[in-house]
Design a protein around this ligand. Structure first.
Ligand code: GLV
Length: 325
């Protein structure tokens, strides 16, 4: 009997591929780069299942170009690159990779928070430049972290994990979400507040919302103007939640003290005005890049696609209403 086929659009940790090879013909993009749209559409044609990435848009054009594909497993927790509604309309299951990257992403938010507040990248550049004149009482004065107020925008899995990690730093926690997070309130005494209150009251704001029409452009000059001039913005969610050019302007004008940013409006392009500033720390969308998180994502994507092709329930199906099994 013919083995079913799975196309994987980029090399992913070996464990995910090894999980699938006993049962499926697995083909992996051999290039260490994202496929062009044409290459992607050609490569998935005639395949039974696809493991795709945030760099690929899965929409009606894809479903039309590859009608044989019976399911798409996204190698990411965020799934704004998938048109779930269109997939559902066509009866195609799609999935994501929650949980396995929650801690890694929350830790990266902390890494950016500390790097921005304590000016780690700027200091590193001076330390290695050969131009450090020696210890000085006024060098690289940064922002305090302990005891300062942490504002979480989106208290879902990752936002809540970031908030819980603040315990060692004794920080009052505010959060803004459409839903109440009882666990966070009970464990930390976190307070659910209005967006305005969060902007005005936080020393650090960390963004953890999904990219939706309501969260696109959530932060711009107007919002930065309502933040404390000593505050920092951290974004490990999705780039378009922050208007990048306006963030650069706010940082330049001193409307806020600094920022730590992992995601961008038009990846891989990054606003040149932002790249020129020293009071922002920039990482290239690597918040989930730890060995265990990436291995977990590979295994989850593999489990999901295997279930879709076996006719079983994928553990992380985003549109379970299409499952007939
Ligand atoms: C990465 O950005 C993810 O959503 O997993």
């Amino acid at each position: 009997m013919r083995k079913k086929s799975v196309y994987v659009t980029r090399q992913i940790p070996r464990e995910g591929i090894d999980f699938l090879t006993p049962e499926f013909d697995v083909e992996v993009n051999p290039e260490d780069r994202a496929l062009t749209r044409e290459e992607f559409l050609t490569s998935i044609r005639g395949k039974d299942g696809v493991i795709c990435l945030v760099t690929e848009t899965i929409d009606a054009e894809v479903f039309e170009a590859a009608p044989e594909v019976k399911g798409f497993a996204n190698f990411a927790v965020g799934y704004n690159n998938l048109d779930v509604q269109e997939a559902t309309r066509r009866g195609i299951p799609v999935s994501n990779t929650p949980d396995v990257l929650t801690k890694a992403t929350a830790e990266m938010a902390w890494a950016l928070l500390f790097a921005a507040a304590r000016r780690v990248v700027e200091s590193d550049a001076v330390a290695r430049s050969g131009r450090w004149p020696g210890w000085g009482p006024l060098q690289f004065i940064g922002g305090d972290v302990s005891g300062r107020t942490l504002g979480i925008v989106g208290a879902g899995r990752i936002g809540a994990a970031m908030a819980l990690m603040s315990r060692g730093f004794d920080m009052p926690v505010l959060y803004w979400d459409t839903r109440k997070n009882t666990a966070l309130e009970e464990t930390l005494g976190a307070r659910k507040v209005s967006f305005e209150e969060l902007l005005a009251g936080s020393d650090f704001i960390s963004i953890h919302v999904p990219l939706l029409p309501e969260t696109t452009g959530l932060f711009g000059l107007e919002e930065f103007g309502k933040m404390k001039r000593t505050a920092y913005l951290i974004n490990t969610s999705r780039g378009p939640v922050v208007k990048e050019k306006e963030l650069a302007e706010a940082l330049k004008k001193g409307l806020i003290a600094g920022a730590g940013i992992d995601v961008y409006e038009r990846e891989p392009d990054i606003e040149p005005d932002l790249r020129g500033l020293t009071n922002v720390v920039l990482t290239p969308h690597t918040a989930s890049a730890t060995g265990s998180a990436r291995k977990g994502m590979a295994l989850k994507a593999a489990e999901n696609i295997r279930a879709m092709l076996r006719g079983e329930r994928p553990p992380d199906c985003l549109n379970p209403e299409v499952l007939k099994y």
